[in-house]
Design a protein around this ligand. Structure first.
Ligand SMILES: NC(=O)C1=CN([C@@H]2O[C@H](COP(=O)(O)OP(=O)(O)OC[C@H]3O[C@@H](n4cnc5c(N)ncnc54)[C@H](O)[C@@H]3O)[C@@H](O)[C@H]2O)C=CC1
Ligand SMILES: O=C(O)C(=O)COP(=O)(O)O
Length: 896
C-alpha cells in the first residue's frame, strides 16, 4: 500500500481523521512502543513498512491534559492494511488475537507513560519516559474508547484495559469485521464463522467484559448490528448502551438497561418469565447473530448470591436458550463452562432453575445436577478457569476460529473469574448428523475416546459430547511429526499402565521403568528421548536437561512440578505438563484418616499390639468433632479436605495467600499465625516454592496450641523437621503425620534411615507420629486418572503441537487439519519473546497460504502455531531451515 493510499484510508474514516487532527493525540505503533510526536510520519511510515495487518495496527490516545496526568480519553486500535492472504481489509482470525495482545502492550505503554508524566508534572522526573518494565504497573487506567463507527473497508478493534497490582485485570475487546471477501473464504459469506482464516463477516461481535463492575460505573458504547451480549454479576450500576439495527444487550441481574430502539430493555430484577417475551421479540437478532460470548464477573466472589454464582445470566440465558436451536449443545457447554461456579449452587437452586428451561433444558440440567452430578461438578470446581474457557470454546465453538483464538487469548488474562459462554448460532456450522462430513471435527486421537467424563474436567473435552454428533465420521487428518515409531518415550517411577497404553497405542516406542534413575543413568537415557514421563522423585534440573537434545516434552504424572526446572525447559523449547488435580481427593482422604488416627493415637496402639502389648488408654485421646482444623493452602487438596472435615463436625479455618471462596462454612483467616493459634490440627497443602521453604519452623511451633497436631502431605521442605522433632520431644505437640521428606528415595526398599535424612532415626523414635512414604496420591483411581490425563496431553503435544494445560508455556491450540487439507502443514515455532519476530516469521510463511495462526507468549518465551496450505513436501525442509535460521528461534517443529 502506498503511503498516500494508506493515509487516505485512515483519513476516510471520520473519527480517525478527527483524531489525527487533535493536537494532543499521540500515536503508538507496535514494535516501537515509543511516543511519536510527529504523528503522521510515524503512523504512515510504519504502515508502509509492513505488509501484514498485524503490523499496521495503530493505537491512538490523547495526551493527558489535566494536571493530574489522568488519561481519561481515547485508546483505539485501528488497522488497515493487507490481510493475510492478500485480501485487503480482511483480518485473519489468529491475527485478531495478536492485535489484541499488541493492544495490551500499547496500553501498558500508555499506562507507563501516564505514570511518567505524572512524575514530570510533579517535578520528580523530566524528559522522555524511561524504558519500561512491563508488568510492574500498579495504577489503574481507565480508557474510554471511541464509539466504534461503521467503517467500511476496515476492521476496528477497540480494547479497554486496566491493571491492578501488576496483573492484567480486565480487558474489553471488540472486534468488528465488515464485508465478506474472498474466493478462498471458507465460511459462507455473511457468517462470522471463520473456518480457517479469512472470512470476514457482517455480524461477528465478540465481547469480553468480565469485570465490568470492578470500579465506579463503567461506560460502554457498543455498536452492534446483529449480536446479543450478556453480562452478569455486576455489583455496581453499569451504564450500558447499545445501538444498531438490531441488538440485544443485557447486563447483570440487577441492572438491565438498554437504550436501543430495537433492542432488549430490562430494568431492575428481571425474571426469566419477564425476559422471555423480550427475548422472543428479538429472536431474529438472537438467531442470526454468529457468536454470543457471555462472561460473568466474579462469579465466585458473590457468596451472598448463589443464583448468580451458578449461572451466567441465568434467567436471560436459560429463557433464551430454551428456544434456541442449538440449545442442547449450549446447555451442555454451559454446564461445562460452569463447573467452576457450580460448586456453590445447591441442588435446590438447580431445581428451582429447572422451571425456566422448558422440558429439554430441564431434562438436561437434571442429568447434570443430580446428586452425583452436583458432587462431581463441585469436585471439579477448582478446575482452572482458563482451562474451562479454552475447553468450552473448543467444544462448543469448534467451527469458529475466532473463538478458538479468543479462548487462548482469554487464557492470558488470569483475572477472568468465570467463564465465557460461547454459542455458535449458525446452524450450518454444526452438522446435524445428516451424513455431511464434519470437516471441522476435533477428534485428535483415538486415545481420547476412551476417557470418561468423571475423572477430570480435561477428559470431558477429550470426549466428544454425544450431542455433538459423536457418531459422525471425523475426517481429521492425523498429523505426524515424524514416523511415530521414532518417537521415543521414557517413563520413570512406575507411571500407571493407563498412561503407558495411551502412548503405546500411538505407535511410540515406550520404555517404562519402575523407579527413578540416578543422575548418571538418567543422563544417558535422556539423551535421545523425545518425551519423558516422571513423578515427584525425578529431578529434571538444567544439569540433566542440557543433555536432552531431542526432548520436546516432559509429562509430570503427578501434581507437583517443583522437581522440574520449568524456566530452563521453556527456554529450551521443552513443554511441561502435569495433572493438576487428579490425585487431590486421594490426598484429602488420607488426611481425614490421619486426623482421626492421630486424635486416637491409633498408630501407637497398633504398633504396641503388633508387639504383643495390650495398652488400653483414653488419656490424650479425643473425638475430632468440634475440633478446629487449620488448613494452610486452600487449593485443590485443601478445599476437598475442608468439605470432608466439616462433614465430620470439625470447625474449619484456612489460610491462603490468595483470596479464595470458602467451601461450606469454613472461614478464612488473615495470617498464618492466626491459624496456628486457633487450630487443633494444622495441615499443610502448599506448593514447594521459595516462600514455603521451612514455613513451619520453631517460631511457628511456638505459636501453635499446646497439644495440637501437625500434618504435612505437601513437600518435605515445607516443615523444618529437626525443629518438629524438638517440639515433639518437648511435649508441645500431641502428634504429627508426615508423608513427605526433604530427601526421598527413588524406589522402594530399606531406605528410611539417617543416610536419607540425618534426622530420620530421631523421627522414628517419636510417639504418635505417622510416617508414610509419600503415598498421598497413591491410589488406583488417582494413578489411572493421572496416567490418562498426562498421556493425552503428551500425545496432543507431540502429534498436534497444542499446549493446553502446559505449565511452562503459553497455551495455544488450533483445530485439527482435515483430510480435505492434504497439502497443509502445521508449523510450530517456539521463539524468544522479542519484538519483530512475527513479522519475520510471517514473511517466511507468507510464501504459502496461511490458513490459520495463533501465537501467545509467557514470560520470555512465545509459541506460534500456524497451518499453511499448498505446501509440497519438498518445500518443508526450506521452510524449516528458514525458521531455524532466525535469531529468535528456540525450536521449530513441522507437522504434516
Ligand atoms: N503427598 C502427596 O502425594 C501429594 C502432595 N501434593 C502436594 O500438595 C501440594 C498442594 O496441592 P494442591 O492443593 O493440588 O495445589 P494447589 O495449587 O491447588 O493449591 C495450593 C494452594 O496453596 C496456596 N499457597 C501458595 N503459597 C502459599 C503460602 N505461602 N501460604 C499459604 N498458602 C499458599 C496457593 O494459593 C494455593 O491455593 C502440591 O503442590 C504438591 O506439592 C499433591 C498431591 C499429592
Ligand atoms: O502429585 C504430587 O505432587 C505428589 O506429590 C504425588 O507424587 P507421586 O506421583 O506419588 O510421586
Amino acid at each position: 500500500m502506498a503511503l498516500e493510499d494508506s493515509k487516505a484510508a485512515f483519513l476516510r474514516i471520520p473519527w480517525a481523521a478527527a483524531l489525527l487532527n487533535r493536537p494532543n493525540v499521540i500515536c503508538r505503533v507496535p514494535g516501537s512502543r515509543q511516543s511519536k510526536q510527529s504523528l503522521e510520519d510515524s503512523l504512515f511510515a510504519e504502515i508502509l513498512k509492513t505488509s501484514r495487518t498485524i503490523n499496521s495496527c495503530i493505537a491512538f490516545y490523547a495526551k493527558p491534559l489535566d494536571s493530574d496526568g489522568n488519561i481519561t480519553e481515547v485508546s483505539t486500535l485501528m488497522t488497515i492494511g493487507d490481510g493475510m492472504n492478500g485480501h485487503p481489509n480482511i483480518l485473519h482470525g489468529g491475527i485478531v488475537a495478536s492485535i489484541i495482545d499488541e493492544a495490551m502492550g500499547i496500553l501498558q505503554s500508555i499506562n507507563h507513560e501516564r505514570d511518567h508524566m505524572t512524575k514530570v508534572g510533579k517535578g520528580f522526573a523530566h524528559g522522555e519516559s524511561p524504558p519500561q518494565a512491563f508488568g510492574s504497573f500498579t495504577a489503574t487506567l481507565n480508557i474510554k474508547y471511541l464509539k466504534p463507527v461503521h467503517t467500511p473497508d476496515s476492521l476496528l478493534v477497540t480494547a479497554r484495559y486496566t491493571k491492578r497490582e501488576g496483573r492484567k485485570e480486565w480487558i474489553h475487546a471488540e472486534v468488528k469485521q465488515h464485508h465478506s471477501h474472498g474466493e478462498d473464504d471458507y465460511a459462507p459469506s455473511g457468517s462470522a464463522v471463520d473456518s480457517g482464516g479469512n472470512s470476514a463477516s457482517d455480524s461477528a461481535v465478540i465481547l469480553l467484559s468480565p469485570a465490568i463492575s470492578n470500579g465506579p460505573a463503567a461506560e460502554h458504547s457498543i455498536q452492534v448490528d446483529r449480536a446479543v451480549f450478556g453480562m452478569a454479576g455486576s455489583r455496581e450500576p453499569t451504564v450500558g448502551s447499545a445501538s444498531g439495527k438490531k441488538a440485544g444487550f443485557c447486563e447483570g441481574e440487577d441492572d438491565f438497561r438498554f437504550d436501543s430502539a430495537d433492542g432488549l430493555a430490562c430494568e431492575g430484577e428481571a425474571t426469566s418469565e419477564q425476559l422471555r417475551p423480550q427475548l422472543m421479540s428479538s429472536v431474529d437478532t438472537y438467531m442470526s447473530c454468529s457468536v454470543v460470548l457471555l462472561v460473568q464477573d466474579r462469579a465466585m466472589r458473590l457468596p451472598d448470591r448463589p443464583f448468580v454464582e451458578g449461572c451466567v445470566m441465568p434467567s436471560v440465558l436459560k429463557a433464551a436458550l430454551s428456544f434456541h436451536p442449538c440449545s442442547r449443545r449450549c446447555f451442555q457447554g454451559e454446564m461445562q463452562c460452569h463447573c467452576d461456579a457450580l460448586r456453590s449452587v445447591t441442588f435446590a437452586d438447580a431445581q428451582r432453575q429447572d422451571s425456566a428451561l422448558g422440558p429439554m433444558g430441564a431434562a438436561l440440567l437434571r442429568d447434570f445436577w443430580d446428586q452425583a452430578g452436583a458432587a462431581r461438578w463441585r469436585a471439579q470446581g477448582r478446575a482452572k478457569l482458563l482451562t474451562c474457557i479454552t475447553k468450552a470454546c473448543r467444544v462448543i465453538c469448534r467451527p469458529s476460529t475466532h473463538l478458538l483464538q479468543l479462548s487462548t487469548f482469554a487464557s492470558q488474562y488470569k483475572e477472568f473469574h468465570s467463564i465465557a459462554f460461547v454459542m455458535p448460532t449458525a446452524a450450518r456450522d454444526i452438522p446435524q448428523g445428516n451424513g455431511h462430513s464434519d470437516s471441522l471435527a476435533r477428534t485428535v486421537s483415538n486415545s481420547f475416546g476412551t476417557l470418561d467424563l468423571s475423572t477430570s474436567p480435561t477428559a470431558t473435552f477429550h470426549s466428544p459430547l454425544s450431542s455433538y454428533g459423536g457418531h459422525q465420521k471425523p475426517s481429521t487428518k492425523q498429523l505426524k511429526p515424524f514416523q511415530t515409531q521414532d518417537v521415543k518415550v521414557l517413563l520413570l517411577e512406575n507411571v500407571n499402565k493407563t498412561g503407558q497404553d495411551i502412548l503405546r497405542k500411538q505407535g511410540y516406542r515406550v520404555e517404562a521403568l519402575k523407579s527413578a534413575l540416578p543422575d548418571d543413568q538418567l543422563i544417558e537415557k535422556i539423551r535421545d528421548v523425545h518425551v519423558i514421563g516422571i513423578r515427584s522423585k525425578t529431578q529434571l534440573r538444567a544439569n540433566i536437561l542440557k543433555h536432552a537434545k531431542n526432548l520436546i516434552v516432559i509429562g509430570c504424572f503427578c501434581i507437583g512440578t517443583n522437581q522440574v526446572d520449568l524456566q530452563y525447559a521453556a527456554q529450551n523449547g521443552i513443554c511441561v505438563f502435569n495433572s493438576p488435580f487428579s490425585n487431590s481427593r486421594s490426598v484429602a482422604e488420607l488426611m481425614i484418616g490421619e486426623i482421626i488416627t492421630l486424635a486416637r493415637q491409633l498408630g501407637d496402639r497398633n504398633n504396641e499390639l503388633h508387639n504383643g502389648v495390650w495398652n488400653k488408654v483414653s488419656a490424650g485421646c479425643w473425638e475430632v468433632r468440634g475440633k478446629t482444623l487449620g488448613i494452610v493452602g486452600y487449593g485443590h487438596v485443601g478445599s476437598q479436605l475442608s468439605v470432608m472435615a466439616e462433614a465430620m463436625g470439625m470447625k474449619v479455618i484456612f489460610y491462603d495467600v490468595v483470596n479464595l471462596m470458602s467451601m461450606g462454612v469454613a472461614s478464612p483467616v488473615h495470617t498464618l499465625e492466626e491459624l496456628l493459634r486457633q487450630a487443633d490440627f494444622v495441615t499443610l497443602h502448599v506448593p514447594e516454592i521459595p516462600e514455603t521453604m521451612n514455613m513451619i519452623s520453631t517460631a511457628q511451633f511456638d505459636q501453635m496450641k499446646q497439644g495440637a497436631y501437625l500434618l504435612n502431605a505437601s513437600r518435605g521442605s515445607v516443615v523444618d523437621i529437626p525443629a518438629l522433632i524438638k517440639t515433639m520431644q518437648a511435649g508441645k505437640l500431641a502428634g504429627a503425620a508426615l508423608d513427605v521428606y526433604p530427601n526421598e528415595p527413588g524406589g522402594n526398599g530399606e531406605h528410611f534411615t539417617n543416610k536419607l535424612n540425618d534426622f530420620t532415626e530421631d523421627l522414628r523414635k517419636l510417639k504418635n507420629i505417622l510416617l508414610t512414604p509419600h503415598i498421598g496420591g497413591s491410589t488406583e483411581e488417582a494413578q489411572s486418572a493421572i496416567g490418562a490425563e498426562v498421556a493425552d496431553s503428551l500425545v496432543k503435544y507431540v502429534n498436534l503441537g497444542t499446549t493446553s494445560g502446559a505449565v511452562n508455556m503459553p497455551e495455544v491450540t488450533l483445530r485439527s487439519l482435515t483430510m480435505d487439507e492434504p497439502n497443509h502443514v502445521r508449523v510450530i515455532y517456539i521463539h524468544k519473546n522479542v519484538p519483530g519476530v512475527l513479522r519475520r516469521v510471517n514473511e517466511i510463511l507468507g510464501d504459502h497460504n496461511v490458513d490459520k495462526q495463533m501465537t501467545d507468549s509467557r514470560g520470555d518465551v512465545a509459541y506460534l502455531m500456524a497451518d499453511i496450505s499448498s505446501v509440497n513436501v519438498s518445500e518443508i525442509k526450506d521452510l524449516y531451515q528458514s525458521l531455524e535460521d532466525l535469531g529468535s528461534r528456540i525450536r521449530t517443529r513441522v507437522l504434516y
